[in-house]
Design a protein around this ligand. Structure first.
Ligand SMILES: NC(=O)c1ccc[n+]([C@@H]2O[C@H](COP(=O)([O-])OP(=O)(O)OC[C@H]3O[C@@H](n4cnc5c(N)ncnc54)[C@H](OP(=O)(O)O)[C@@H]3O)[C@@H](O)[C@H]2O)c1
Length: 239
């Protein structure tokens, strides 16, 4: 599918995987609406992408786990850029600990951002895609959504939920020509991985955010007759 002059909303666009996807899409000529909580990250990215690639870039500061903020962010982006063709639900947080050791507020926070936040943003974007009978939604899940592990109860619960939401929505909207995809990366070299203590061994040999962006781009570029339902991306260098 030709991506030039399409419009995409990317959540969590200020850092890591979201930022790399924003760069990859801007390079293809896609106009962008960027969402995150840290204004300085988005301002810097907005300026560099519009200067380098000549695309329209707007940003909205929002905590997606707050439904009012998520809806206001999408409305502001649509006001600026028009109907959204592509939604990248990427914003997410992670922390790990046994079910009993983890602070219940932290456990809840992970579910609120990773699941409810994705739901709120999708719910805000979807009506215009349905109206246009066209669209692509990519949810950044994780291998943690495919198997549980000790200390992962909150993060795994959130990513299992995200995969369930993705597949159900896919079945609801595929006849409206809307493609819904989940990507399930294993560990990626980002701040999230550093802060969660997930980085082991040589950073340069780890999967990079740009690798996930390349997979996202490849799925979007497929003929609009088809879509990737779910795709994993793993490092060739397990340590
Ligand atoms: N890194 C990995 O190993 C890995 C592996 C598999 C899947 N993933 C998934 O990939 C996605 C991106 O992760 P990453 O590693 O790129 O993380 P990251 O480097 O920490 O970036 C996360 C982005 O999300 C934004 N964000 C976080 N909470 C938010 C909220 N409540 N509302 C709006 N924006 C929010 C952050 O900006 P602000 O803090 O400014 O809001 C930041 O821009 C996540 O869903 C993660 O679960 C990561």
């Amino acid at each position: 599918m030709e991506l030039k002059n399409k419009t995409a909303v990317i959540t969590g666009a200020g850092k890591g995987i979201g930022r790399a996807i924003a760069q990859a899409l801007a390079k293809e000529g896609v106009h962008l609406g960027l969402i995150a909580r840290t204004a300085s990250d988005l301002e810097a990215l907005q300026q560099s992408l519009s200067q380098e690639y000549g695309v329209k870039v707007t940003s909205a500061i929002a905590d997606i786990s707050d439904r009012t903020q998520a809806e206001a962010a999408v409305a502001a982006i649509e006001m600026e850029l028009g109907a959204v063709d592509i939604l990248i639900n990427n914003a997410g947080i992670a922390s790990f600990g046994t079910l009993l050791d983890m602070d219940p507020e932290e456990w809840e926070r992970i579910l609120h951002v990773n699941v409810m936040g994705t739901y709120y943003v999708t719910r805000a974007v979807l009506p215009s895609m349905i109206k246009e009978s066209s669209g692509s939604i990519i949810n950044i899940a994780s291998t943690a959504g495919e198997r549980g592990f000790a200390t992962g109860s909150a993060y795994c619960a959130s990513k299992f939920a995200l995969l369930g939401m993705t597949e159900s929505l896919m079945q609801e909207v595929r006849k409206s020509n809307i493609r819904v995809t989940a990507l399930t990366p294993s560990t990626v070299n980002t701040e999230l991985a550093t802060n969660a203590g997930l980085k082991i061994g040589d950073e340069d040999r780890m999967m990079q955010a740009e690798d996930v962006a390349e997979l996202a781009l490849a799925t979007l570029k497929l003929s609009d007759r088809v879509f990737v339902k779910a795709a994993g991306i793993w490092t060739t260098n397990p340590q």
